[in-house]
Design a protein around this ligand. Structure first.
Ligand code: CA
Ligand code: CA
Length: 378
């Protein structure tokens, strides 16, 4: 899809969303739920199932992070210039799990397969929709997320995506931005999407470092990731794809460091610091754009009213800070056109971050080399 047509399509989605917001809700056949578009009624049983049995009461933790991550890996199997790369947000990463999960770029996605495949199989919606729907619901577990829209009606893949479509942590920022542009996502979109690293951690990049968060607040969708990724690194990250981090127990991806300091993206990056509303809104729009890559958006239905409201951050949580012992002198600033915001330093001694605990549902038959990553028939 050419970029211009994608932009037109996004404008269409916007008009659909606005139009739907003024229409009345219809009662679903189940007699208890209602939606503005009756097609959306199919999502309520899926919502109930994943709320009860996938995310349970775990909040913004490993299950939510896992569901979010796979949505990126499925959607990015797409190119605006080469149809052989894949058909985007199409469920291919599960449907062709035995192929796609062999790719190095998808190491760790077996966790998502193990967690989600049984739910996807019994959902009665397309695998493509299931992956993006579960990711959208996962976002509502994280305080600070702007209300995520959801568009429904994706068509499932008939072939696997190509390898090397998802950027890897050891790639240069130039290569990463080029790959994202080829997928239809701008440098601004890329920075916006990296806000997801505010609620994420290392997943198999380092066998000894599983569960290391990318910022000190991995259960809050706040701007701390953009602060901490700009601080001098003092704790080594010796493995490929890592650089030193400013807090013990925190893992910094080399790719995040590079994009934070690339002249193309440095000011976009810094602009998110202590700017919660702008960060959350930019992510909301970029995530919507990513989640429909490869799909015919004129066939999608606005089911945003099915999505629960995410919790808000408290005023205290909204305020970005320097970690204990650090201040403006520890900032490695690369944006030359704007001063770094004035932030308070958190009181207390330097901390060691707790490792994140893997969700039990992420353990199952699917192996990290793609073996037994077969989605059972619906
Ligand atoms: Ca895909
Ligand atoms: Ca965070």
């Amino acid at each position: 899809m050419a970029l211009t047509s994608l932009l037109v399509s996004l404008a269409l989605l916007g008009s659909i969303a606005n139009g739907a917001s003024t229409s009345r809700r219809a009662t679903c056949p189940d007699g208890k739920n209602s939606a503005k578009n009756l097609e959306c009624c199919a999502l309520f049983p899926v919502l109930e199932d994943i709320q009860t049995n996938m995310f349970a009461d775990s909040g913004c933790a490993d299950a939510a992070h896992t569901a979010l991550r796979v949505a990126f890996h499925d959607a990015l199997g797409f190119s605006t210039t080469d149809a052989s790369k894949g058909t985007g947000a199409d469920g291919s990463i599960f449907i062709f799990g035995e192929t796609e999960l062999q790719y190095d770029m998808n190491i760790g996605i077996s966790d998502a397969f193990n967690m989600e495949a049984p739910f996807a199989a019994r959902s009665n919606i397309s695998v493509a929709d299931f992956i993006q729907f579960a990711a959208t619901i996962s976002l509502t577990k994280c305080a600070g997320v702007a209300q995520p829209p959801f568009f429904f009606g994706r068509v499932d893949a008939t072939s696997p995506a190509a390898d090397n479509t998802v950027p890897e942590p050891f790639q240069s920022s130039t290569d990463i931005l080029a790959r994202m542009a080829d997928a239809g996502l701008t440098a601004a979109d890329t920075v916006a999407l990296l806000a997801s690293h505010s609620v994420a951690g290392a997943d198999n990049i380092d066998p000894d470092a599983a569960g290391l968060p990318f910022d000190s607040t991995p259960s809050l969708f706040d701007t701390q990731f953009f602060v901490e990724s700009l601080l001098n690194g003092t704790f080594p990250g010796p493995n490929e794809g890592q650089t030193s981090s400013p807090i013990q127990g925190e893992l910094r991806l080399q790719s995040d460091f590079e994009i934070a300091h690339d002249p193309v993206t440095a000011c976009l990056w810094q602009a998110n610091v202590n700017n919660q509303q702008a960060m959350a809104q930019a992510f909301q729009q970029a995530f919507l754009k990513m989640g429909i890559l490869g799909q015919n958006v004129s066939k999608l239905v606005d089911c945003s009213d099915v999505i629960p409201a995410p919790p808000a951050l408290t005023a205290y949580q909204t305020q970005a800070f320097f970690p204990p012992g650090l201040d403006i002198n520890d900032v490695q600033q690369s944006c030359e056109s704007a001063t770094f915001p004035n932030l308070p330093t958190l009181p207390g001694a330097a901390e060691t971050l707790a490792q994140m605990t893997a969700d039990p549902l992420t353990v199952g038959p699917c192996q990290s080399d793609g073996t037994d990553c077969v989605l059972p028939p619906a």
